[in-house]
Design a protein around this ligand. Structure first.
Ligand SMILES: [Zn+2]
Length: 397
């Protein structure tokens, strides 16, 4: 049983109970809508009058709306669904190569998006983000409520400070505060793998949403992990939890990790590792071997042997690391996210076999699945930083 934290505990005042009931009803509408008041009352065992009262409150707060159901002869029933008429969130997915800025409605549907190359000069990138955000805020005339920022590095989520972004060597960047003071909205920043894990938890396929313990493994330039325990992202001190990309997996990796070591998981299983393997396999052959990761996946699907081998060897090391995570944390599922998901049919067997062969007998296995958020889990992650706050009771957050 979870030990009560007296510093954070809220005494169950009538308002707390009401607040929790409000969130339960809102989440019924979010996950099961369109749904009727009667069905909610039946499922939650709350009184009809309580449900109606809270529904009115959620309606006037602009969170849910009434829609007509299918008529079965008489008058069509009135059902409730999330209000998705407006853009409510801006997500900023700051990647090592490009930055995406997008708006979404309350259900997490992306409405508009733009992108630009990420400038190694942090201030230039932040200025571009502010310009894009201002434009979108202005265009949507007051409906945007907050901005979420996903970053490829160590982030103190409480203060919104990027502690260290290895690719650009950015340190102690108060990115949330800089954007907040420029656009005048609440801004939340988090590590990209943590944000993607949050998105998977709230906006993933229903079978993922029911899993309470899982690990998101994000494969990009580096390897990041987001850990979800008991339905919430585990952050540890200063949000630095989940740096499994730097666990030791072997020696003489094809590339160095962001911190310069050739022994870390990231040095064996990142996109950079796959590209270095490919370049080595192609050495001495004609033509340019300087390609990006998307092109590598394309060549592998086109049947090129070296491209397939480079991906499969990378998948093997991905599996080794995943086996270590499973043995240490025993999650129900491990979700792999990032552009590598496009190559899933080519690599899934390699990953699963490596995991099976590396887990010691008797230890429980876990499901290994590709992200259900498509190839942009980090954009969805950035949006989730704003959206999930709407669905979490104030007294429990
Ligand atoms: Zn390392």
């Amino acid at each position: 049983m979870r030990r009560i934290d007296l510093k954070k505990a809220n005494v169950a005042r009538p308002n707390t109970i009401r607040d929790i009931n409000r969130q339960i009803i809102l989440n019924y509408v979010r996950e099961r809508g369109p749904i009727s008041r009667a069905e909610i009352a039946q499922e939650t065992a709350l009184q009809r009058s309580t449900v109606s009262l809270i529904v009115d409150e959620l309606k006037s707060g602009g969170l849910i709306e009434e829609v007509s159901g299918e008529s079965t002869g008489g008058r069509p029933p009135i059902l409730l669904s999330l209000r998705t008429a407006d853009a409510v969130a801006i997500g900023v997915d700051l990647g090592t190569i490009r930055t995406l800025v997008a708006t979404s409605d309350l259900a997490g549907r992306v409405l508009e998006q733009e992108e630009f190359p990420t400038d190694p000069d942090a201030q230039k990138t932040i200025s571009r983000i502010i310009d894009s955000a201002r434009k979108l805020i202005c265009k949507n005339r007051g409906t945007i409520e907050g901005v979420g920022v996903s970053l490829p590095g160590l982030v103190d989520q409480e203060t919104g400070t990027a502690i260290f972004i290895p690719h650009f060597k950015w340190r102690d960047l108060e990115i949330a505060e800089e954007i907040r003071s420029a656009v005048g909205l609440a801004v939340t920043a988090d590590n990209d793998a943590n944000a993607a894990a949050l998105a998977e938890l709230w906006f993933g396929r229903p079978e993922i949403r029911e899993v309470r313990d899982f690990i998101m493994v994000l494969i990009e330039e580096g390897v990041g992990t987001g850990i979800v325990f008991d339905g919430q992202v585990y952050r540890g001190k200063s949000g630095a939890a989940g740096e499994f990309g730097h666990m030791t997996i072997g020696q003489d990796a094809p590339v160095a990790c962001a911190a310069g070591s050739h022994r870390c998981w990231e040095a064996f299983a990142s996109e950079r590792a796959a590209l270095a393997r490919y370049a080595k396999l192609r050495r001495g052959t004609s033509g340019s071997n300087k390609i990006n990761f998307g092109q590598l996946v394309g060549l592998a699907f086109g049947g090129e042997r070296e491209a397939q081998s480079a991906l499969k060897e990378t998948a093997y090391y991905l599996g080794l690391g995943i086996a270590n995570l499973i043995q240490g944390l025993s999650p129900e599922a491990v979700i792999v996210g990032g552009p590598i998901v496009r190559a899933w049919p080519l690599i899934v067997n390699e990953i699963r076999t490596a995991v099976q062969n590396s887990i010691c007998r008797g230890l429980p296995p876990a499901h290994i699945i590709a992200s259900t958020l498509g190839a942009e889990p980090t954009l969805m992650g950035a949006l989730s930083l704003v959206l999930t706050a709407k669905f979490t009771p104030v007294s429990l957050s």
